[in-house]
Design a protein around this ligand. Structure first.
Ligand code: MEV
Length: 319
């Protein structure tokens, strides 16, 4: 059996995080400058059925049988076995590298799962349809946080910009006019489970206020879709600003995120917001091409630990 490798991109949420957990639409796009990779190689010296997992980023070097059942990597592998009806696989070694900052709102969990699912199923001789890959990654997402909307596994599996409503058929976005984003990393890792859990508690305590915020975010996502598909992406700036204010109201921003968002706005970006679960992680700024470097430098000067500039709606990459 030949070695098989697979990779999957990171993602950012352009509009609609958190509200998407409550059934509102959201827009997410893949970020191919950061990729998770999985490599499966046959382990002919091991006894049949042995699976060894190495994930150096998290110090994992273990037999699958020793991993807890609720470990995300173990779950991705065993769900593939279940899907393919494999009870005793040929022995193999799986090596996973997550080239995506962890707990930073860039979909590292979903991306690692998708890379593993594709590599392991490929090694076992099957090419799973995207829908199945996304479904399995969604099951794994539930380990990361109890009530995922499904947006991360969807955008990472299909590797295309999506307009996403939980439980609805997939809608890919067409982008007639590509646009530039600068992503700024606060360097603060933050747990999606904690942020999603806190929003849920706040929603339970005051449903009226939170439902109103979520509805407004959903309307912004719908307007954003119209601008993107209508070839007017510059109009996204004010919508991103509004979305950021609503995320502050939800209680998921942080001083560091607000500083970076302010720095982006002051250095000529068209709009900026946090992206992902918040509390840390990344923010995004919409920029004109000629302003990309300016905004990236302003973010670094304001405390970002790194930036990524990316062209959305086009296969090209800037950095
Ligand atoms: C995380 O990337 C996005 C959240 O909306 C959670 C989810 O949709 O599952 C915060």
């Amino acid at each position: 059996m030949p070695a098989i490798s697979a990779s999957a991109p990171g993602k950012i949420i352009l509009i609609g995080e958190h509200a998407v957990v409550y059934g509102k639409p959201a827009i997410a796009v893949p970020v191919s400058q950061v990729m998770a990779k999985a490599l499966v190689t046959p382990n002919i010296t091991a006894e049949s059925g042995s699976v060894w997992v190495q994930a150096p980023d998290i110090g994992m070097d273990d037999s699958l049988s020793e991993l807890p059942k609720d470990n995300a990597i173990a779950k991705a592998i065993t769900l593939v076995f279940a899907e393919l009806g494999v009870s005793r696989p040929p022995s193999f070694k799986l090596r996973v590298t997550a080239g995506i900052p962890k707990a930073a709102g860039m979909g590292s969990g979903a991306s690692v799962s998708v890379a593993i699912i594709r590599a392991v199923s490929g090694f076992l001789g099957s090419v799973l349809p995207d829908e199945t890959v996304s479904d399995i990654a969604f099951q794994v997402e539930k380990i990361h946080h109890g009530t995922p909307s499904g947006i991360d596994n969807t955008v990472v599996t299909y590797q295309k910009p999506v307009y996403f409503v939980s439980g609805q058929p997939l809608e890919l976005l067409s982008i007639p006019k590509p646009f530039y984003l600068v992503i700024g990393n606060t360097g603060i890792s933050s747990s999606t489970a904690a942020a999603v859990g806190d929003v849920r508690k706040a929603w339970e305590a005051d449903k009226e206020t939170y439902e109103a915020i979520f509805t407004e975010v959903g309307e912004i996502a719908t307007q954003a879709r119209g601008l993107i598909e209508g070839g007017e992406p510059e109009g996204l700036g004010p919508l991103m600003d509004q979305n950021h204010e609503l995320l502050i109201e939800m209680g998921v921003s942080s001083p560091e995120l607000n500083v970076l968002v302010g720095a982006a706005r002051n250095s000529g970006s068209l709009g900026a917001k946090l992206s992902g679960a918040g509390r840390g992680g990344n923010m995004i700024a919409l920029v004109q091409k000629e302003n990309t470097v300016n905004v990236a430098e302003a973010l670094m000067a304001a405390g970002a630990i790194n930036t990524i500039s990316t062209l959305i709606g086009h296969l090209g990459e800037l950095k």
